[in-house]
Design a protein around this ligand. Structure first.
Ligand SMILES: [Zn+2]
Length: 280
């Protein structure tokens, strides 16, 4: 059995030996870029839910990440990564579908026999229904990513529920199921919203590796980010939305998939990773 090794990563700090799940979600705190250190919910930096190699953190760069407290993981159907005792990783693609990148991604996934999870926007489901159907027919899982990508922490409860329900209905009509998996746009969500989604039978899934592919990064850069941070249970964030600068992200699949498969990692959908169904 081959185990993942973390290149250049320091040993798991003592605190995390007791809480390995947190370690996997949030990485080694000392690797965080110093300018982002601060007091949050715990006595170490947890503001970002993945570890970026320092070479990718440019001066003044705004890194998106999770500011949500650990307790949400325990109280709700809410996760940043899957089990760390299985050699499974999940590819996830947000903001689609579109007519350019989603088909290219699907071609590559088919070529490698890999299944992934696509978090779709309702407005794009309406525009590109044939692509939505292709995603489903080819065995990938569809998740809900809101209707038109609002910052959910700034909308009313009614608008929040409407964003999910409209998108849910559109997906249901096209592929025959209401998605269990929901990823909030920007990863931004409030506790009562996570609670509501949990009560509706959904799982709220963030990510543990942000490739930052939407910045138009090259395939090499995206691959390096993944390979430097990947662990069993990693949930990798890429995009497949219209009008993006995503060719590097598409091309990175030709590196990420073979490289991780050579380490005996299995690419799974989120329902497989979490041992549940794709539908609510
Ligand atoms: Zn998004």
């Amino acid at each position: 059995m081959y185990y993942f090794h973390l290149q250049g990563r320091s040993p798991m700090p003592a605190f995390f030996q007791e809480y390995p799940y947190y370690y996997l979600q949030h990485g080694v705190p000392e690797l965080y870029y110093p300018q982002y250190r601060g007091a949050y919910y715990l006595p170490f930096q947890t503001n970002y839910n993945h570890v970026l190699p320092r070479s990718y953190v440019r001066e003044g760069q705004n890194i998106r990440g999770s500011w949500t407290p650990f307790s949400w993981v325990e109280n709700y159907a809410y996760a940043f990564s899957g089990p760390y005792n299985k050699a499974e990783v999940a590819l996830t693609f947000d903001d689609g579908p579109d007519l350019v990148f989603t088909p290219l991604i699907l071609d590559k996934l088919k070529n490698y026999g890999v299944k992934a999870t696509f978090f779709l926007l309702g407005e794009n489901v309406e525009k590109y229904p044939e692509v939505v159907k292709r995603i489903a027919v080819e065995g990938h899982v569809i998740g809900n990513h809101t209707y038109n990508h609002p910052n959910l922490t700034e909308v009313s409860d009614e608008e929040y529920q409407s964003q999910l329900q409209r998108t849910d209905k559109l997906i249901q009509q096209l592929v025959g199921y209401s998605p269990k998996f929901f990823r909030p746009s920007y990863g931004a969500i409030k506790e009562n919203q996570v609670k509501w989604a949990t009560e509706q039978g959904m799982m709220v899934i963030q990510w543990s590796i942000d490739t930052l592919d939407w910045q138009g990064l090259r395939a090499e850069e995206i691959t390096d980010t993944v390979m430097a941070n990947v662990l069993p249970g990693s949930i990798i964030l890429q995009h497949s939305g219209p009008g993006g600068k995503l060719q590097g992200s598409v091309d990175a699949l030709d590196r990420i998939i073979p490289q991780l498969q050579s380490k005996e990692a299995r690419f799974v959908t989120l329902p497989t990773m979490f041992g549940t169904t794709k539908e609510k």
